[in-house]
Ligand binder design. Structure first.
Ligand SMILES: NC(=O)c1ccc[n+]([C@@H]2O[C@H](COP(=O)([O-])OP(=O)(O)OC[C@H]3O[C@@H](n4cnc5c(N)ncnc54)[C@H](O)[C@@H]3O)[C@@H](O)[C@H]2O)c1
Length: 371
């Protein structure tokens, strides 16, 4: 075994293993604590081969494993999919003493996690994340959710969900071999976020090792996942149900959500987060919370790992700052309060700032190239 972390307290405790063979790890976990009857493997269609290997290994020790696939699309991360999967689990005879094994990125992990939290009022859940983002973020900490399609066609992201810790999270660096480079970079954006929140040395590590990670060096990926996941684990341990500190994981996300709302077709979430981090760091600099050199250091780090720092990197004609600023208010209306930003503070760390000065918020947009 390469690395092991634990998250939460019994009975809501996850073991996170970073291992070279997810198949062996899942089989041994279920051999040690056998389910009563069949288990379901809910798999992203892109990693169905890995799901098949896990299923085969479980059959080898006499556990009946049924594979159910789903498409990794935000529209499929829905109550309808959970309903359809529940019907499949019932057909396969999966009972309360069964288990759900999620194999895929954050979309499958969130959906299958919610399925496990609610099917027969809750069954065991094992997460096998297959994107870098899911390994360092989505699969950790027990937040499960699905989106809700609204009558006006918009998608209310993560509107229905539950806190339910998976008993085991297995991160197999080799499973990222087929992950497209742009998805790797999206995961790296969350790693940069974790470095800003709590681990200055991780930023230095990323400068030195980003190319090895992008090149899918499994030792480098394992080291990165262990370190970046540890940041999330520490925050979740202190605030498991997001009463306060866990909200800091949204660093860069208020800007990112506005970017995604306007340019969803061209910009991926991790890319929007990268640009959002630069905007948030700029606001923090304006407010004297960080030194200006930190804005430049962040830009250099993001460029080093191949992430965008300005809207122009991905969108030929970005929106006006005022338009993007209004999109931040849509988030605000949902939350029912004024604009609240997570802003970096000091050499490392962040805090919540309510009603930041308008001039500084707009300076954030200008810094990332809004018209
Ligand atoms: N629960 C949480 O705490 C939490 C935290 C962060 C994000 N999320 C959620 O995670 C989701 C985003 O997750 P994501 O970035 O992993 O995206 P994703 O699940 O959409 O996966 C990205 C793409 O990679 C493909 N893919 C996955 N694994 C692959 C592999 N090994 N090889 C080839 N292709 C592969 C998928 O099919 C998809 O096209 C969002 O829905 C977000 O809301 C949840």
């Amino acid at each position: 075994m390469q690395h092991e972390l634990t998250c939460g307290q019994p009975p809501h405790r996850s073991v996170i293993r970073i291992e070279n063979d997810a198949t062996d790890t899942v089989r041994e976990a279920l051999r040690a604590r056998r389910p009563g009857g069949p288990v379901a493997i809910v798999a992203d269609q892109s990693v169905v081969a890995l799901a098949g290997r896990i299923g085969h290994a479980l059959q080898g020790i006499g556990i009946d494993a049924r594979i159910c696939t789903m498409v990794a699309d935000e529209r499929a991360k829905s109550l309808e999919t959970v309903g359809a999967l529940s019907a499949q689990l019932l057909t396969h005879g999966i009972t309360r003493s069964g288990a759900v094994i999620a194999v895929g990125g954050g979309i499958v992990g969130d959906t299958a996690g919610f399925l496990a939290a609610t099917y027969m009022r809750g069954v065991r859940c094992i997460q096998v994340p297959t994107t870098l983002l899911a390994m360092v973020d989505a699969a950790i900490g027990g937040k499960t959710a699905v989106n809700v399609a609204m009558k006006d066609g918009s998608l209310a992201k993560n509107a229905v969900g539950a806190f339910a810790m998976p008993e085991l999270v297995v991160c197999d660096p080799g499973s990222l071999a087929t992950l497209p480079p742009r998805e790797m970079q999206c995961g790296l954006a969350e790693c940069v976020k974790h470095a800003l929140l709590a681990d200055a040395e991780l930023a230095e590590w990323l400068v030195a090792n980003a190319m090895a990670v992008v090149g899918k060096d499994t030792a480098a990926i394992a080291a990165l996942v262990a370190r970046a996941a540890a940041v999330k684990v520490a925050i979740v341990d202190r605030d498991p149900t997001e009463q306060g500190e866990r909200a800091l994981l949204n660093l860069g996300h208020t800007y990112a959500h506005a970017i995604e709302a306007r340019h969803d077709d061209r910009i991926k979430h991790g890319e929007a987060v990268a640009i959002g981090l630069v905007a948030a760091m700029t606001v923090a600099s304006r407010l004297g919370r960080v030194r200006h050199a930190q804005v430049e250091a962040l830009q250099a780090l993001l460029e080093r790992v191949g992430l965008p720092t300005r809207l122009q990197d991905l969108v030929p004609a970005p929106d006006a700052a005022a338009t993007l600023r209004r999109c931040m208010d849509l988030d605000k209306k949902r939350a029912g309060k004024g604009l609240v930003l997570v802003l970096p503070q000091g050499p490392v760390g962040a805090g919540l700032v309510e009603a930041p000065p308008e001039e500084a918020v707009l300076a954030g947009w200008s810094a990332v190239g809004a018209a």
